[in-house]
Ligand binder design. Structure first.
Ligand SMILES: NC(=O)c1ccc[n+]([C@@H]2O[C@H](COP(=O)([O-])OP(=O)(O)OC[C@H]3O[C@@H](n4cnc5c(N)ncnc54)[C@H](OP(=O)(O)O)[C@@H]3O)[C@@H](O)[C@H]2O)c1
Length: 344
């Protein structure tokens, strides 16, 4: 089968596109013919070796996979050849963790395409436990932009951020893959949303997705803007995929007793709370968030089917343009997500 695989860790040039052996079906597993694979910032962390240097090479990344069942093992009852399917964007590597009530809290949980071969290929193998029927009716290249960011938004914005009517949320990087979905989920759950962007094109997208207020963060301090937007109070919740240098202003942007839900590190791995007295005096909550459960993904897909949440496809590219696709993510040139097409 054709696949895009990394031969070492590093920049986009580590990808080769060529033939790899098609995986053999084993008990409980399904071979999926990949129609489209979404590309996430996470894939660039895998590529750089920032997730783990223990990933065996050559490696096929890709957490977001939409396709059809090619073949299923004899003991698989829920799926038949030809079924339209979505692969869970993350699952515990260790089968002993599969019954965990919240699988994203299991120690061996990783986004797909970390320690298994993922979606940058014509076929991928997955256990039926981590496969969903696709009844969204959406084109594969659009749907493939969704699973990872949708499950994350349901967990981050819904479960941990407790978005609801009357709540004011600051969602960072509103045109990013994760931010574009977080805005939509926050709006679908009834919250008001302020977001940060760098360009007018990204601002237009954020507004189309429902953002009530858009800040050009390079021109204006976002904490000042959040204070002004909330009449001096600060927002109830910050949905933060930036970390690093943004944390100082995240606290300032938040009202006393509010929550900062961090789930990313685009602005740096290390972060500092500016003043621990002010932090505990303001009784802030700083919460970490990682992916979500299959149940949260299913609830998110119901919002998709109801038309309340839409895919944000920047562009679908043939698999052999994988290097260019990764360079575009590295250079912040993507609005929403890219998808890779392994059969064109
Ligand atoms: N914990 C989880 O479960 C989870 C799930 C999904 C994603 N993530 C993490 O979330 C982060 C974002 O992922 P993604 O896939 O959404 O990335 P992405 O689509 O590549 O978008 C990142 C965007 O961040 C914006 N940005 C950079 N610096 C900024 C700043 N200082 N302030 C505001 N915006 C800034 C850039 O847009 P501009 O041009 O507007 O600056 C850039 O395009 C990554 O760290 C990823 O690992 C975590």
């Amino acid at each position: 089968m054709k696949a895009a695989y990394m031969t070492r860790f590093g920049g986009p040039e580590v990808f080769a596109v060529g033939d790899l052996a098609t995986p053999q079906v084993r008990p409980g597993h399904v071979l999926v013919r990949v129609e489209a694979a979404g590309l996430n910032y996470y894939d660039t962390l895998v590529r750089r070796g920032a997730v783990s240097q223990a990933i065996p090479l050559p490696h096929v990344p890709g957490s977001d996979i939409v396709g059809r069942v090619e073949t299923a093992a004899d003991d698989v009852e829920r799926f038949r050849p030809g079924d339209a399917v979505i692969v869970a964007p993350g699952f515990p590597v260790d089968e002993a963790d599969w019954q965990a009530e919240k699988e994203n809290f299991a120690p061996s949980y990783y986004p797909g395409g970390t320690f298994n071969h993922g979606g940058y290929a014509q076929y991928m193998l997955i256990h039926q436990r981590w496969l969903l029927k696709n009844d969204t009716g959406l084109p594969a290249e659009e749907l493939a932009t969704i699973p990872l960011v949708l499950v994350t938004a349901m967990h981050t914005v819904g479960t941990l951020g407790q978005a609801g009517p009357g709540m004011r949320m600051l969602v960072h990087a509103g045109a990013s893959g994760s931010g574009s979905m977080a805005i939509q989920v926050a709006k679908a759950l009834g919250a008001s949303v302020m977001t940060t962007v760098s360009t007018p094109r990204k601002a237009d997208l954020a507004r189309r997705l429902g953002a009530d207020e858009v800040v050009f963060y390079r021109e204006r301090n976002f904490a000042d803007a959040a204070k002004e937007w909330t009449g001096g109070d600060g927002v109830d919740v910050v949905i933060d995929n930036l970390g690093g240098s943004a944390m100082r202003d995240n606290v300032r942007a938040t009202r006393w007793g509010g929550r900062i839900v961090n789930y990313g590190l685009v602005a740096g791995l290390e972060t500092t709370l500016p003043n621990i007295y002010e932090f505990f005096r303001g009784q802030y909550q700083l919460i970490g968030s990682f992916m979500g459960t299959l149940g949260e993904l299913e609830r998110g897909l119901r919002l998709v089917k109801a038309g309340k949440v839409k895919p944000v496809l920047d562009e679908a590219l043939p698999l052999n343009r994988v290097r260019e696709a990764h360079a575009r993510v590295d250079n912040h040139q993507v609005a929403g997500n890219l998808a890779l097409l392994p059969w064109t």
